[in-house]
Ligand binder design. Structure first.
Ligand code: NAP
Length: 347
């Protein structure tokens, strides 16, 4: 039976990056009619993202009678919907399947009146209220906006890689390290995340191979020194991971290529942790909301942004914790902030 993995990265995804074109800007001037309902697309709260943060915001906003509209994005449910067993979400002593947890949250939000719409946001106009959100051919107008668009863990781009998530491949050491007690694993990457994850995973794993494509590291010296001092960690550089071996659908090894000599190497192991960074799904907000140099949105006082009426939650504003439960908590905060904002701006 395949072992199962939990996941902490949540609220993942939902705004497709790089789709903004100035040629569509005039389109945003007027709301259009909803071709399905015929109703004008004006809302009190629109939530961008349907991971833990977005769905929790939807539950709270719906219970506040705000009839939120959730724009689901291209990966409805976020990364939780891509995983198997979740063991670290409070309230489920026997764990719960990620897709089931997401489906439960979605039902809970629908029960109180949240509406869902598939599709990715391609453009937003936050210059004045109501805000305008473009999805496909529709433009939604909303008095308040919650951005819970998530962040996507970068993957290596190898064939079959996505299918191995939850089957020996992970992007979250905190979530999944526990499943690799006494087993050899690899961490791929040369940044602080890779060093941190390698050190963390050495608590559980029998051996940690730190595979990096260069001999130089982006990681800070102190993190590298700590990893080097760890007897369980073996640095494997400069090697590129060419293939993850999984003859029976579970990771059982990796195929490597030495970038200088061309030498091939195979390592038998049970898990691969890809730690090559995350991309926040914040492109649509570039120049419109404050963000750091890595594209993470910056929250002021809880979920507030520099634009009154726009609130942020989940991984799109969190590169530190990235847990399902923290994403859910921040979704709750954003909904409460949106509710208070609407109460104070009844115009
Ligand atoms: P990062 O600093 O961008 O490093 C990413 C690493 O992954 C780099 O070594 C890069 O290799 C490698 N990489 C990227 N794409 C790859 C690919 N396709 N194949 C193989 N390797 C690839 O990302 P991060 O480590 O997640 O850190 C992000 C930020 O968070 C940084 O500012 C970091 O300092 C911070 N952070 C801090 C801490 C801490 O202080 N405790 C912990 C974690 C993260 P190259 O170097 O060859 O490009």
């Amino acid at each position: 039976m395949p072992y199962t993995l939990s996941i902490g990265i949540c609220a993942h995804s939902l705004v497709r990056a790089g789709m903004l074109q100035s040629s569509v800007a005039p389109y945003l001037r007027a709301p259009v009619e909803n071709p399905i309902s015929g109703a004008m697309l004006m809302h009190k709260v629109v939530i961008i993202g349907s991971g833990c943060a977005g769905l929790t915001a939807a539950i709270y906003a719906a219970r506040a009678n705000l009839s939120p509209l959730v724009l689901e994005g291209h990966e409805p449910g976020g990364q939780l919907s891509l995983t198997t067993h979740v063991e670290n979400f409070p309230g489920f002593p026997d764990g719960i399947l990620g897709p089931e947890l997401i489906e439960n949250m979605r039902k809970q939000a629908q029960k109180f009146g949240a509406q869902f719409k598939p599709g990715s946001v391609s453009e937003v106009d936050l210059t004045s209220r109501p805000f305008k959100i473009k999805v496909g051919n529709d433009v939604y107008e909303t008095k308040s906006l919650i951005v819970a668009a998530g962040a996507s863990a970068r993957l290596l781009g190898l064939k079959g890689e996505k299918e191995l998530i939850g089957r020996g491949l992970s992007t979250c050491a905190t979530c999944d390290g526990y499943f690799f007690r006494g087993k050899p694993i690899a961490v791929v990457g040369g940044g602080d995340s890779a060093m941190e994850e390698a050190n963390f995973l050495s608590r559980y794993a029998s051996r940690v191979y730190l595979i990096h494509r260069r001999n130089e590291f982006r990681a800070s010296k102190i993190m590298i020194d700590r990893a080097r001092a760890n007897e369980k960690i073996e640095f494997v550089t400069p090697y590129v991971l060419e293939e993850i071996l999984s003859p029976e659908g579970l990771v059982n090894g990796v195929h490597l290529h030495q970038t200088q000599t061309g030498e091939k190497r195979e390592i038998a192991l049970d898990g691969v942790f890809v730690a090559i960074g995350h991309n926040p799904n914040s492109m649509a907000f570039r120049g419109k909301l404050e963000m750091d140099e890595n594209g993470y949105l910056i929250a002021r006082h809880g979920s507030l942004t520099g634009v009154p009426g726009v609130f942020i939650a989940g991984d799109v504003q969190d590169h530190r914790y990235r847990q399902a439960v923290t994403a859910a908590g921040s979704g709750c905060m954003a909904a409460i902030d949106a509710e208070k904002f609407l109460e104070e701006h009844k115009d």
